[in-house]
Write a protein that binds this ligand. Structure first.
Ligand SMILES: O=C(O)c1ccccc1NCC(=O)[C@H](O)[C@H](O)COP(=O)(O)O
Length: 211
């Protein structure tokens, strides 16, 4: 069975669609340059609307402890997803905050997978995401897909999830092709950057359930 994380939720309406569609995880972004960035107050309000069986994942880019402290408390986070965060720093965060820790690996070529093993003991899950273009404002959430065949034969040392350019039309193929048991999407369920579509969220979650 494949489960899904819908990332970058910022309204009560889209949170309702995530819950109604039976997503396993929801992503709350704490990165000011992102159109999905949440204030602590907004995160607190969304967390209050979310049952605990939908796991709240805070999304961060090499965060300081101070940001993590406030975000973990406001969002009642079950997990933290770390982009551009070296393994030693991820290990510190995992130990200090005692939250399930995901390390995002930005993938464009096979050599990008080399760093995965360094996260053994430092992260609980790897999120394979597409590398965004050089100079891009964001390290994720840009609808960029990577070549899934790069994962062929890769021996995953810890649990993992697939991300990057997934939508209702391609997620079934992505699951079949990679064997992913957890998939993640953000812009694939949006009508504009940062604007979630409840219809697209429902269609994505139906496609995952059918995969
Ligand atoms: O979504 C963001 O704005 C974001 C900002 C900073 C770091 C990571 C971010 N997103 C991470 C995610 O988990 C996205 O769901 C993932 O990159 C896939 O995005 P997309 O290709 O748009 O589906």
């Amino acid at each position: 069975m494949t489960t899904a994380k819908i990332c970058g939720i910022s309204t009560a309406e889209s949170m309702h669609a995530v819950i109604a569609g039976a997503a396993s995880h929801v992503g709350l972004v704490f990165f000011p340059p992102s159109p999905r960035h949440l204030s602590f107050d907004a995160a607190m309000a969304l967390a209050a609307r979310t049952p605990d069986h939908v796991r709240r994942v805070g999304v961060f880019v090499n965060p300081e402890d101070g940001l993590l402290e406030q975000a973990v408390a406001a969002g009642k986070l079950h997990a933290v997803q770390l982009h551009q965060t070296p393994p030693a720093r991820a290990a510190h965060i995992r130990q200090r905050f005692a939250r399930e820790t995901w390390a995002a690996i930005a993938v464009r070529s096979r050599s990008d997978l080399d760093g995965v093993r360094e996260y053994v003991g430092a992260a609980d899950r790897i999120l394979f995401d597409a590398k965004t273009p050089p100079g891009a404002a964001l390290p994720g959430g840009m609808g960029v897909r990577f070549d899934w065949s790069l994962l062929d034969g890769f021996r995953h040392p810890i649990p993992w999830a697939l991300s990057g350019g997934l939508d209702a039309a391609n997620v079934g193929e992505a699951v079949r092709r990679t064997g992913a048991t957890l998939v993640d999407t953000s812009s694939g369920v949006e009508s504009a950057p940062g604007v979630k579509s409840v219809d697209k969220i429902a269609a994505f979650l139906q496609a995952v359930a059918a995969s």
